[in-house]
Design a protein around this ligand. Structure first.
Ligand code: HEM
Length: 410
């Protein structure tokens, strides 16, 4: 028995250098000593066992909207947008944090349109990945994050939405600005950038929606205005906010998945060799990458009544923060969980959450990552880390795991 204090929520973020260097050192210890940990600093019950995490994310009776969290749920309440009186909840919150019936009403048409587009999007992704690789021809050393991993998700979503090529640079900078919506510890400067970017995106989406109503094109914004005209119950503000949610939820996460996977393959030459020998195993590689180093650490739910979770009694309004990273490395479920093994017997991970809120962008993220990896190693078969002994440059954005830079030589 150790009397070392249990970690607070902040200690489960990259603000804690030990966690940043190796999150599993902290998470394994927490899972072993207290798998359902009431953390007074955040007002959350922190869950780290796979069974508890899976049970919580799949439970459709739980709530998600932070407005329903009790006063003591300190961290959760930081996500509450300051909304002027009388503004409907769906005009300040996207599906990320809405509950039914609004969640289902808005998510259904968005998912219908997005999934149909992603299903026929492979050729376009291949084209944009090829073009991104073409731009690197002739170079011997570069930062893969900046020149590859950051570009692919933003250009892919821009293409799906129907963003004009001439507006791509602006769109990219707004997309990066709105990511701060996911940072509960953001400072005043970051909040200002987030707000300016969100306003610019809103104005741009308004413009695009008007254009597509007049003349529909082959893009998601046209699909959405058409569904709306055909009776889907969502208004323009809901549409804008949720199109933005695709950028907030989708860009950095997919960037990080591509970057982390390249690094893990380079650090595990036997696994990279399997992919090079048979690119047909790429889907298994992507699933193992999502399990091994998920880009998002946590998600949360709120108890909707008195209940017991992980053996702990919960009042209505109490928050559960589930560690997707800890669940994905639970030794009860995965043999030798800290080994990156692309031949691992498939056991579903929780990198995309689950239940009603399961990541709506998962098919797109999987597609982009699969194409980006296969084509990268085809184009640069001798790709290596520029400095294999250098510590990775982990970003310090809470609840995200990805690198600032990844220097490679080809
Ligand atoms: C590897 C990449 C990605 C990861 C790891 C990821 C992870 C997640 C997670 C953990 C959740 C919360 C699920 C839950 O609470 O049960 C989520 C929700 C969401 N994600 Fe993703 N995501 C990724 C890519 C994307 C992409 C590409 C998009 C958009 C095109 C996207 C849009 C969203 C949205 C809108 C939600 C909210 C869904 C809802 O609450 O109904 N994500 N994602």
């Amino acid at each position: 028995m150790t009397d070392k204090p249990l970690p607070s929520m902040v200690e489960l973020t990259p603000f804690n250098p030990v966690y940043q260097a190796n999150p599993h050192e902290v998470l394994d210890d927490l899972r072993e000593r207290c798998p359902a940990h009431r953390d007074p600093t955040s007002g959350s019950l922190i869950l780290t066992r796979y069974a508890d995490v899976r049970g919580v994310v799949n439970n459709r009776d739980l709530w998600r909207d932070p407005i329903r969290a009790e006063e003591g749920a300190i961290m959760q309440r930081r996500f509450l947008a300051a909304a002027p009186e009388g503004v409907p909840r769906t005009h300040v919150a996207s599906i990320l944090t809405l509950d039914d019936p609004d969640h289902g009403r808005i998510r259904q048409p968005l998912a219908q349109a997005l999934y149909a587009r992603v299903a026929r999007f492979r050729p376009a992704v291949e084209q944009l990945v090829d073009a991104t690789l073409d731009a690197l021809e002739g170079e011997t050393e570069f930062d893969l994050m900046d020149r590859y991993c950051v570009l692919i998700p933003i250009e892919a979503i821009a293409c799906i939405l129907g963003v004009d090529q001439s507006r791509l640079a602006e769109f990219r900078s707004w997309s990066e600005g709105v990511i701060q919506a996911l940072n509960p510890f953001r400072n005043a400067e970051q909040t200002a950038v987030m707000e300016t970017s969100a306003a610019a995106l809103n104005a741009y989406f308004t413009e695009l929606m008007a254009l597509r109503r007049k003349a529909p094109q082959d893009d998601l914004i046209s699909d959405m205005v058409t569904l709306q005209a055909e009776g889907a119950e969502l208004d323009d503000e809901e549409m804008r906010l949720n199109l933005q949610a695709l950028l907030v939820g989708g860009n950095l996460t997919t960037t990080d998945l591509i970057g982390n996977t390249v690094r893990n393959l380079l650090l595990n030459p036997s696994e990279l060799a399997k992919l090079k020998a048979d690119p047909g195993i790429i889907n298994a590689v992507v699933e193992e990458a999502l399990r091994f180093e998920p880009p998002i650490d946590v998600t949360s739910r709120i108890s909707s009544s008195e209940m017991e979770i992980g053996g702990c009694p919960m009042r209505q309004g109490q928050v559960m923060t589930v560690s997707l990273r800890a669940a994905n490395h639970d030794p009860e479920v995965y043999d030798d969980p800290h080994r990156f093994d692309v031949s691992r017997k498939h056991r579903p991970h929780v990198a995309f959450g689950g239940g009603a809120h399961i990541c709506i962008g998962a098919p797109l993220a999987r597609l982009e990552t699969a194409v980006a990896l296969v084509k990268l190693f085809e184009r640069f078969p001798d790709l290596k880390l520029a400095d294999p002994d250098a510590a990775p440059t982990w970003r310090t954005l809470p609840f995200f795991r990805g690198m600032e830079t990844l220097r490679v030589v080809v």
